[in-house]
Every structure is written in structure tokens, then in C-alpha cells.
Design a protein around this ligand. Sequence first.
Ligand code: SAM
Ligand code: CA
Length: 243
Amino acid sequence: MASDGDQAGRHLEVGHKSLLQSDALYQYILETSVYPREPESMKELRELTAKHPWNIMTTSADEGQFLNMILKLINAKNTMEIGVYTGYSLLATALALPDDGKILAMDINRENYELGLPVIEKAGVAHKIDFREGPALPVLDQMIEDENNHGSFDFIFVDADKDNYLNYHKRLIDLVKVGGLIGYDNTLWNGSVVAPPDAPLRKYIRYYRDFVLELNKALAADPRIEICMLPVGDGITLCRRIK
Ligand code: SAM
Ligand code: CA
């Protein structure tokens, strides 16, 4: 029947969205697949961060597991992270890299990084991290000047100031190697990317929404990358450099 077909089609279309909106299913994912396999150090860092006033910024445990898996799948060795906070995604990365792996990690706030650092040290992976305090953009500009840095990163995770993502992209596309990945985080921006213009949004959600929308359009139109937007966490767009 045509109506059944329509119904089925619609169901498929919204199926994933409804999955994301189900707290029970999300809890099921965490309790069945994520928490039982979460390394002790990541659990400790997650629990420590939960007590911090800005804990809403932390990477979710399922996304941490995803990052750890993807880094192993691509055999990442030289990586970068923009936006560290207390270091949950950083630790997920550090644990995935080989012993001689490297993470250039940048954040304007050292204090929060230092909150998590003892846990990272105890996990035996702090030697992989080169933390730089300060805004990321000038560091990228400096790196671009040296040809040796071009095409040198296997993976870059961007999880900082959303109004700068396109500025980061302009530089990162040269720094990531062909075949390497950039992951832009929060590309579904709390679901606000599909909110009607008059929707009651929190001020910071509304402010950054236009930047996220612009980024998503620009990434979809960029011929230098292949993309895949995943509804993990608050949305992560993986960009594989192809030229
Ligand atoms: N990836 C982190 C985690 O797993 O917990 C979360 C990062 S949090 C969402 C965003 C971070 O970006 C904040 O710690 C903030 O200090 C940092 N940040 C904001 N503007 C920045 C900039 N211009 N350069 C570098 N870091 C910045
Ligand atoms: Ca994030």
C-alpha cells in the first residue's frame, strides 16, 4: 500500500533522529557498551570533571570511545587537539596512540588542563602531550610558515571556539596529511541547527548557531575533503583530506 510505503519511508528518515532523542536508548548505549569498557583512568577523569562547574563542555563517554577507536583504525601517530578543557578527549587520544605518538594540545585555559593532568600522568601517557596555553590560531599561523609541518598530522580534533572553526579549517587543511582526518565537534550544536528562527534558545547557543550552520555548509561544499557527519555526542563531522 502506498500509505504504508510512505509511512515506512518517513520512519526511516526520522529513525535516527528519534534514536538520538531517546534518553533510555542513550543510557542503554552507555551502560551496555561504553561504561563497561571505559578505561579506569578515563572513568576517573570523567568523574573528576563532573564536579567542575563547566562540566557541560566535557566530551561524552561514548564519543571518547569513538575517538579512541577511530584513532586506532587509522593508526594515528601525530595528532592535534584544539580545545582541551580537563582533557577527556585528550586522554582518549593519548591512550589510543603508540608510545611514541604525539598530541599538540592547545587551550587558552591551563588551569582546567592541570586539573586532569594528574590522571593523565598516572595513566602513563602524559609524555605524548605537548600542551600550549593560548589561542590556537596564532600557533597554526606560525606552523603554516614551516613547510615541514604541511601534511604532517594524521588526525586533528577541533573542539573549541565555534566562531573560529572556519578560520581553523583554512589552516588545518594544509597541516593534515592527504588521507588524514579532521574531526569538527558539536556540528549539530544542541539540535539548534534545525531550530525555527523564533525558537527559545539559550544565548550562547543562538550566538554560535550561525557559525555552525556556515561551517556545515562550507564543509559540505569543500572539494578537498570527503565528509561524514555523525550524530555522536553533539555531532561530529569527520573530514578526510583527499587533495
Ligand atoms: N575536548 C574537551 C574535553 O574533552 O573535555 C572539551 C573542550 S571545551 C568544549 C572547549 C575548550 O576550548 C575550552 O576549554 C576553552 O578554554 C577552549 N578554547 C576556547 N577558545 C579557544 C581558543 N581560541 N584557542 C584554544 N582553545 C580555546
Ligand atoms: Ca565538544
